[in-house]
Design a protein around this ligand. Structure first.
Ligand code: ATP
Length: 145
């Protein structure tokens, strides 16, 4: 018998990144990473910034960079609605590196008007994108799409 699976939908505000049956996922919760398998109890979780790992029915892993939003578990169905989400192949590595550099520079600047939470959130988004690109083997070059 094949391992149990469930329907997963991953949505960014203006488009859908994934709709299909999967075996499991590991998501970046606001308080740390957590996993979801088939038959998980219904719940709603707040997401942070990080790598979403999805294991498909065939056992192959796919990676997405996501930030903020919510994950909802319903019977046989999980929906992720993220503020930003990119599939690994859609990550522009140079852009993420530049965003990381800007965020680090801002945090070093000691500017009294600095919005620390905003700079930290930008840094976390950039690091999530770089981590996902690295994991999928795209960090050596520049990929878009
Ligand atoms: P930047 O300063 O480079 O715009 P950011 O973290 O401020 O980065 P966001 O506000 O998180 O950008 O995202 C704005 C839009 O751009 C979203 O649709 C997001 O998916 C996309 N995006 C941001 N950075 C990248 C990237 N490195 N590769 C691909 N898409 C990206």
């Amino acid at each position: 018998m094949p391992p149990p699976a469930f329907d997963l939908t991953v949505l960014a505000p203006d488009h859908s990144l994934l709709e299909g049956r999967v075996r499991s996922l590991v998501a970046p919760g606001a308080d740390g990473y957590f996993g979801v398998l088939a038959r998980h109890a219904p719940m709603v979780a707040q997401l942070g910034a990080g790598a979403l790992t999805v294991t498909g029915e065939d056992g192959a892993e796919e990676y997405f960079a996501i930030s903020q939003g919510f994950l909802e578990v319903e019977p046989d169905e999980v929906t992720i609605l993220a503020d930003t989400a990119e599939a690994a192949a859609g990550i522009d590595v140079e852009r993420a590196r530049a965003a990381e550099g800007r965020a680090r520079q801002r945090m070093r600047s000691r500017d009294r008007d600095l919005d620390v939470a905003r700079a930290e959130a930008a840094l976390q988004r950039a690091l999530a994108r770089l981590q996902v690109a690295e994991r999928s083997g795209a960090a050596g070059g520049r990929t878009t799409g």
